[in-house]
Design a protein around this ligand. Structure first.
Ligand SMILES: NC(=O)c1ccc[n+]([C@@H]2O[C@H](COP(=O)([O-])OP(=O)(O)OC[C@H]3O[C@@H](n4cnc5c(N)ncnc54)[C@H](OP(=O)(O)O)[C@@H]3O)[C@@H](O)[C@H]2O)c1
Length: 328
């Protein structure tokens, strides 16, 4: 099968090679002896893969390896008792190995892909939407009628967070850096849009009548203190990632003064050992798809052979929504 490997840790452009390798066996390291094998139609590209090409991601497989954490495709084989069967359209989270014509996912990470979504949207469903639901609802305790501020709102996590927040009955404020990203954020359900280089904290406080309830932060960096300042009493900042580069530090007296919280949201590690939570999130996502709230925003699309272009787009802050590699 055709695949793309990371062969050296020299950054997006030179780290990748298109290769012809044997198809993987029908098992996954996370579910030894069992795995859902998928004919890949579209593979997702995300920030961690940029880091993987530099050896900067927490998971550091031995070289060479096929990256690609999630795919949309058709089930080729599935173990007895799995929720999906051969021929089913699926969104599958394989952790690694997705940038290939055939990939394998742990059986609990293969979800039926509803007809409303195409394969590219399937490749943009699990990482971003499961993380966004986990961050907003399970960690951030978002309830109907609250106001959510989303950083990096035109990105993968950002657009997913906007759609899910709307689905949970919240008002949304998007923080973005350009006109194009403003357009994407509005299409994804932002009720208000403010600019990351403007007085966004004051604007957010005004738009929310005194402070937001929840901040979803996949960006980190300098803006963290202002995120805390933008909260109302009882508000929560949910830490999701650090695309801004630096990891912020919190002066905890701020939390005491306003009775606010900083909450970590690390989705993958959490659900991996908790099948019930994983299933609960999958069911909630399926419901929000059915109700029309979730429609993954697919931005740029590249053929598999141009995976380096996809990574450079993300690395250069140029991506909107989900970046996808087409295999079909
Ligand atoms: N916690 C978890 O379980 C979990 C799960 C999945 C992903 N993540 C993390 O979440 C983060 C976001 O992922 P994503 O897929 O949404 O990424 P993305 O699509 O590339 O979006 C990230 C956004 O960050 C903003 N940004 C600000 N400064 C940036 C910079 N210097 N370089 C690049 N982007 C910058 C950009 O928005 P503006 O230009 O509008 O500022 C960009 O749209 C990543 O760090 C990822 O590893 C965490």
């Amino acid at each position: 099968m055709k695949a793309v490997q990371i062969v050296e840790l020299s950054g997006p452009r030179d780290a990748l090679r298109v290769v012809d390798v044997p198809e993987p066996p029908a098992e996954h390291p996370v579910t030894p002896g069992r795995g859902v094998v998928v004919d890949v139609k579209a593979a997702g590209v995300a920030f961690p893969e940029v880091l993987q090409t530099r050896g900067q991601y927490q998971v550091k497989p031995e070289l060479p390896f096929i990256p690609g954490s999630e795919v949309g495709g058709v089930v080729k084989s599935a173990p007895e008792g799995a929720a999906v069967k051969p021929g089913d359209r699926v969104a599958a989270f394989c952790l690694l190995g997705g940038w290939a014509e055939v990939a394998v996912a742990p059986e609990f990470f293969a979800f039926a892909l509803p007809d409303e979504l195409d394969f590219a949207q399937g490749a943009g469903l699990i990482l971003n939407y499961h993380t966004a639901y986990f961050s907003l609802k399970l960690r951030g305790r978002l309830t109907k009628g609250e106001t959510v501020l989303v950083h990096g709102a035109a990105g993968g996590i950002g657009t997913a967070s906007l759609q899910i927040a709307k689905g949970l009955g919240a008002t949304t404020i998007a923080v973005v850096s350009s006109d194009e990203k403003e357009r994407v954020a509005r299409e994804a359900g932002a009720d208000h849009v403010v600019r990351s280089d403007g007085p966004w904290k004051d604007e957010a406080k005004e738009l929310s009548n005194g402070g937001v309830d929840v901040v979803v932060d996949p960006v980190g960096g300098d803006r963290f203190t202002d995120s805390l300042r933008s909260l109302r009493e009882g508000g929560r900042v949910v830490v999701v990632g650090f695309t801004g580069g630096s990891i912020p530090e919190v002066r905890v007296n701020r939390l005491l003064l306003n009775n606010t919280e900083v909450i970590g949201a690390g989705w993958g590690g959490y659900v991996m050992s908790k099948p019930d939570v994983n299933r609960e999130i999958g069911e909630a996502i399926a419901g929000l798809i059915e109700q029309g709230f979730i429609r993954p925003v697919v931005g740029a699309r590249f053929p598999l052979e141009q995976a380096a272009d996809a990574l450079e787009l993300i690395d250069g802050r140029g991506a909107t929504g989900k970046v996808v590699l087409d295999l079909a």
